[in-house]
Design a protein around this ligand. Sequence first.
Ligand SMILES: *Cc1c(COP(=O)(O)O)cnc(C)c1O
Length: 371
Amino acid sequence: MNNSILVTRSSMPEYQEYIDEIKEIWDSHWLTNMGVKHKELQAELVSYLKVPSIDLLTNGHMALELSLQALHLPKGSEVITTPFTFASTTHAIVRNGLEPVFCDINPVDFTMDVTKIEALITDKTSAIMPVHVYGNICDVEEIQRIADKYGLKVIYDAAHTFGVEYKKKGIGSFGDVSCFSFHATKVFNTIEGGAACFADQDFGLDLYRLKNFGIRGPETVDGVGANAKMNEFCAAMGLCNLRHVDEEIAKRKAVVERYMEHLDGVDGLQMNPIQKDVKPNYAYFPVIFEENVFGATRNEVMEALAEQGIGSRKYFYPLTNTFDCFHGKYDPSQTPVALHLSKRVLTLPLYADLSLEDVNRICKIILNCKR
Ligand SMILES: *Cc1c(COP(=O)(O)O)cnc(C)c1O
C-alpha cells in the first residue's frame, strides 16, 4: 500500500554526506577498535549531551548490561526497576545475575513512582534502575535522595531521552550512569549503537575494558568482558545524524503538537503532559485508551489504523514482569498502575518526516472509533 505509514522511520543523512564521512575510513583501513570516528563522535556527544564523560558501545543494551557489570554490585543483590519498559532493561539486570524488584509507575508520566521505592528496599538492595520512559524524565532529585539515604547506585535507562535536559543539565548527567540507545528507531541513531554517561573515571575505565573483552593490557585480562565496541561506520553515521538532530527534533515537535490539537481534551484519552523545567525530545507519542469512557479499546483502535495501512505499537505491552522467560516468577498485580496502562497504551506514528496531513488522517481514524 502506497499511503501506508510505519510507526517510526529511521533518520538518515543525505547519501553523499555519509559517503564523504566514510572516505577517511576507506583510506585508513581502520574499521573498528576505537578509531578516529569513534573518538570524534565521543567528543561531540560529550558536548551535545552535556555530560561529564561518555563511552560508545555497540548498542543500548550492552551499555546497560556492561554498566551494571562495571558497578560491581554484589551477585544476587536486588535492583529496583520498572516493568513498564523494553525487554532490555530487565534482561540487563537478570543477565548480570542480579534480582529485579519491580516498582510501580506513576499514572501521569509513567516513570517510576518514587513514593513506592522505599517500601521495596531491603538489606539486599544494591541499586535503582529507573527508565526515562518515552522521553519523560524520572524524578531524578527524589531518586538521588533515596539512593544517598540507603547507599544505593543509580543507573538510568535513558534510551528514550537523547538530547533531553532538566534544569539546563544533560539528562545523562544524573545518577551514577545513564545509558542511551542509538538504535535505528531512536531519536538519534548510529544504525545500531549506544552509550553510557558517567562522572567516575574508575567506572569509565572498567566499562572501557569490559567492552573490549576485559583486556587491561597486552598480557593482562582481568575482567570477564564482552565485545561491545562501536565500529567506525556506525560512528560515522552518528556524526552525520548529529548535524541534523536539532532540526529533526523540531519537526517531531510539530507532529506532536498537531496530535495534541486533535486529541487533547477528548474524553477517555490520556496523553503525557509537558514536564516542568524539561527540554523535551518528542521521542514517542503514547496514548492511553480508557475503553469505558472512549468506547473503543486500544486493540480496536490499533486494528482500525492497521486497516488503513497505519502502524502503531503496543509499547509497552506486555510488562517485562509477565514475560514467558521468567515463568511466572514475578507478580504483575504488584505493579497495578503499570499493568492497567500496559493494556491500554498505544504509541502512534512519530518521526521527523511524518507529514501533518498524515497526522490529521491518523487522528480522524482514531476519533471515528469513539462511541
Ligand atoms: C531501545 C531500548 C533499549 C535497548 O537499546 P538497543 O540500542 O536497541 O540495544 C533499552 N531500553 C529501552 C527503554 C529501549 O527503548
